[in-house]
Ligand binder design. Structure first.
Ligand code: MG
Length: 307
């Protein structure tokens, strides 16, 4: 392998401490080994593709919202799942024609941990036609959570069933239609089943084609020991990112003391991430949404530059 094919982790600002501690540990184990920590250089450099969820975009009509995204430097849009997707499929597809915007994902509630097989099958059946719509819109994928707070199945049984049955069937259908399922790890308060990006990536890898993973800065800030490390663990399976203020899950940039994304962005740069970074956060009551969104765009671009 040519040296130019690699990127030394030590060259990445801020990763020096990781490099040093890892090198020390390894040196103790393999005294004479020529140890160096290198990661493959991504084929293309990472890109910050900002994205808004449908409900967060100012405006009413579909074209108004898409105009706002284009005028303010957004690259992608995240849609609701369910009825909205079916009702607006054709009109949205038409409104998207000739625009540079892409459809990142669709996001809505899901749960595959019911004790009754019939309920799990119904959940699969609910999402199959939604995957067809998303495939038609050339979307990255459908965000799914395998389980929520109450998990009726045993963890081993649920993991096995999701990998070989419910998740597998959805992923295969997604791949057939040119899209994917996107597994979202949540905080342990929201589900005890999937909390870490690395675990989601492991499940997605076990499922195979059509399965990917995402990271949500809000959940990650509560569960991950390192956002940089978590995104690296996601690697090529990482297809989507959610972002919010790390203080109160509102729009980023209102609380700069808490809203620190440089470490995570550094991880995204290391893996050459070119998917969407999508706001999933609230707005203060009565706020000027447009003003806050524009402030967030500037703030996130600055943090990306620092990474
Ligand atoms: Mg999320």
């Amino acid at each position: 392998m040519q040296r130019r094919d690699f990127l030394s982790l030590s060259a990445i600002t801020g990763a020096t401490a990781l490099l040093n501690s890892a090198s020390r540990a390894t040196a103790a184990d393999t005294a004479s080994a020529d140890v160096s920590w290198k990661l493959p250089v991504p084929e293309k450099p990472a890109q910050l593709n900002l994205c808004l969820q449908w409900g967060a975009i100012p405006g009413g009509a579909i074209n108004q919202k898409l105009d706002f995204l284009e005028a303010n430097g957004f690259a992608a849009v995240e849609l609701p799942t369910g009825k909205w997707l079916f009702d607006n499929h054709s009109a949205f597809k038409k409104a998207l024609e000739g625009r540079k915007l892409t459809v990142a994902t669709a996001c809505g509630p899901s749960d595959f941990s019911h004790a009754a097989k019939a309920k799990r099958d119904a959940e699969v059946a609910k999402f199959l036609p939604q995957l067809e719509v998303l495939g038609d819109l050339k979307s990255v994928g459908l965000i799914l959570c395998p389980a929520r707070r109450t998990v009726a199945l045993g963890f081993s049984e649920l993991r096995e069933d999701f990998i070989n049955n419910t998740g597998k069937r959805l992923a295969e259908h997604a791949a057939k239609h040119g899209t994917s399922i996107v597994l979202e790890p949540l905080t342990r308060g929201e589900t005890p089943f999937l909390n870490l990006v690395a675990d989601g990536a492991n499940i997605a890898r076990a499922i195979g084609p059509g399965a990917t993973v995402m990271g949500d800065f809000w959940h990650m800030s509560k569960e991950e020991t390192s956002c940089l490390g978590a995104f690296i663990s996601g690697g090529t399976l990482l297809s989507h990112v959610h972002i919010a203020s790390l203080k109160d899950r509102k729009i980023p940039a209102m609380e700069p003391k808490y809203d620190k994304y440089v470490d995570g962005f550094r991880g995204l740069k290391i893996i050459g991430y070119r998917g969407a970074v999508s706001l999933e956060g609230g707005f203060p009551k009565g706020a000027d949404k447009t003003k806050l969104i524009l402030t967030m765009v500037k703030y996130l671009r600055d943090q990306w530059e620092q990474a």
